[in-house]
Each structure stands twice: as C-alpha cells, then as structure tokens.
Ligand binder design. Sequence first.
Ligand code: PLP
Length: 360
Amino acid sequence: MIPAAKPIIGDEEREAVDRVLRSGMLAQGPEVKAFEEEFSVHVGGRHCVAMNSGTSALHLGFIAAGIKAGDEVIVPSFSFAATANSVVLAGGVPVFADIDPQTFNLDPDHVESLITKKTKAIMPVHLYGHIAAMDRFEEMSSKYGVKIIEDAAQGHLASMNGRNAGEFGVVASFSFYPTKNMTAGEGGMVVTDSAEVARTLRLLRNQGQEIRYQNEIIGFNTRMTDIHAAIGRVQLAKLPGWTKTRQENAAYLDANLEGVVVPYLQPGTTHSYHQYTIRIPGGSAEKRDAFMAAITAKGVGCGVYYPTPIHRLPSFNLNLNLKETELVIKECVSLPVHPSLSQDDLKTIVSVVNEVAASL
Ligand SMILES: *Cc1c(COP(=O)(O)O)cnc(C)c1O
C-alpha cells in the first residue's frame, strides 16, 4: 500500500530529541529560540514566535492582531475546521466565502463582495500548498483598511512573485502537525513583521509574562517545548529538499495522469504540494468515492480534504450557498505526493489512476 501521507523521521531527529532530554531542560528554552531564528530565514526575516500547535498559532495570532468581539473575518469554508474555529476562539465572527475551483483557494471577487463595515480581516488559507490570491487581497487591504491574516498551516515555502507564505499578513500561522510538509511532533509558528505584535504573542503564549511572576496581561500556556523545537529544527533544514522532491513528484503526475483534472499552478507562484489534489469531473461524490475505493483496492492510498465544508459542520450549522465549495467537495481527492515515494510508486500511481479513471 502506498500511503497517502508519511512523516519522515530520521536518526538526526532522534539524536536531537536525545540531546534535549540529556540537557535536562525540556520546556521552552534555547532550542525554541534557535528554531524561531532559523524559521525566520524562510519568511523574509520576519519575527517568529513558536507555539504548541498551529491552532494556538492561529488563535493567539488573531488576538495579537487586535481581533475583538464581533469583528468579522472572511475565511474559506473549504478548509480544516481550525481555520474558522480560531476566529471564534478569539471572539470574532467567521464569514464564509466561496473558492475559486481552479486554485481551491478563496475567490477574491466573492471575498470583496462580503466586505462590510464590520470586516476587520481576511484570512486566506494556502490550501494544499498553493498560495492564495495574495496580490488581490493586498489591494483590498489598502482599499478597505482590512487586515490580512494568513492561515499558512499548509503553506511552508509556497510563494508568489518571490515572496513566501508568511510574508503577506499582519500575522501568519504555520503548523508542524505530523502530516504537514515538516513536523515538530506537534507545533506551530506565528510570523509577523511587527516587533510589537511579536512581543504581545510572546506574552500571550506564556501567561502574560516576560519576567517570571510579573504578569502584564492575561495569557495562555501555549509554549512549544525544546523537545519539539529540536525536531522542528532538523526537519526545517530538510524542508527545501523535500519541497523540491514534492514538486518533481507533482510534475511527473501532471505529465502522466489522464482522465482526471490535475492541480492548477498559477503563473508566478510556486506550489509546495502539501497535497496533490485532483478532481474527478462529474459533480458526483458517489463517482469520486467509487474512484477512491478502486484505487485503494489496487494499493494507492488517497484522502478527501475536506469531506464537509466548515459552515455545514454541526459546530457551525449554517445554511449558505457556496456553489464552488459544494462542487469541489464532491469531486476532490488527494493522491500521494510525499517525498518518500519511489519511482516505482509514482509509476504505480499513474497506471492505477489512469486505469480506474478510464473505467468510471
Ligand atoms: C493543520 C491545519 C491547522 C491546524 O494546525 P494544528 O497544528 O493541527 O493545530 C489549521 N489550518 C489548516 C488549514 C490546517 O491544515
């Protein structure tokens, strides 16, 4: 079976963890600081503040960016629930916009039509590693005075016109969950170009204190441990090479798959292929599910990200008309693209997918 995703853990990660365990300093310390500095290199030298998860990074990112009770934040419904949950956790109100079915990302025209006096921010998600329409959102940000807050949980090293994910928003949040393009076990990183926002984030993650027992504000404990940071540092060093392999794997699939819609690549952008997501045309979830069952039976793992739009989850239960979101949810399926695929695996994926797609 070729798995849909596979975290790669080597001897270097094990040695790094052992080094921290032997040091006796386990909580946030020098490894976290070094991880933040090393991550900063990939986001234009911006301030980086590590957290215990991508969700904490999003949640505290909203608070530090000044999102308050009743503020509206425009988000895609075609994403992981944490995208919208973090708005609510910060006291805001998520307003769900439709997607561009080609990029799977927020449709800028629909976003613009949803901007009201209450809109404080737009949160694009760089879904599957394809950067969102950041040029359009930057225009809207200056025109309407709304903030850009990036959910870059899947966006490591995705870029547009030479700028990486994380270099656009007031704050941007990354995730290091095991299935992401790099992992720390669990973890997240908030990126910001503001020293003041960075300081607020450091206070928020550590009980509101910079100096012990001198709590300045009400805070959380969302610190990353040095154990996790040590894993993250090793993985970060490997990330550029892994991303290149993902892009090569995707290029092979693009060139050889038939009978399915392969991922779109917007000119001027680099895709980091967190997922390689194809569409089974026809607007039928039954047809897509039959395709998935058939390729799984032939040894090719796959997944649907995400089977239910966030607004229809029981936690939100909203009745909205997001046409493209509803269509893509029935047609999308993600194939393996991870860096541990062999040439034989890639050939198998192509022959199995093409055979099954032709028989549908
Ligand atoms: C993974 C993910 C998150 C949450 O990150 P965690 O580290 O799992 O908390 C948020 N948004 C998106 C789009 C994600 O893929």
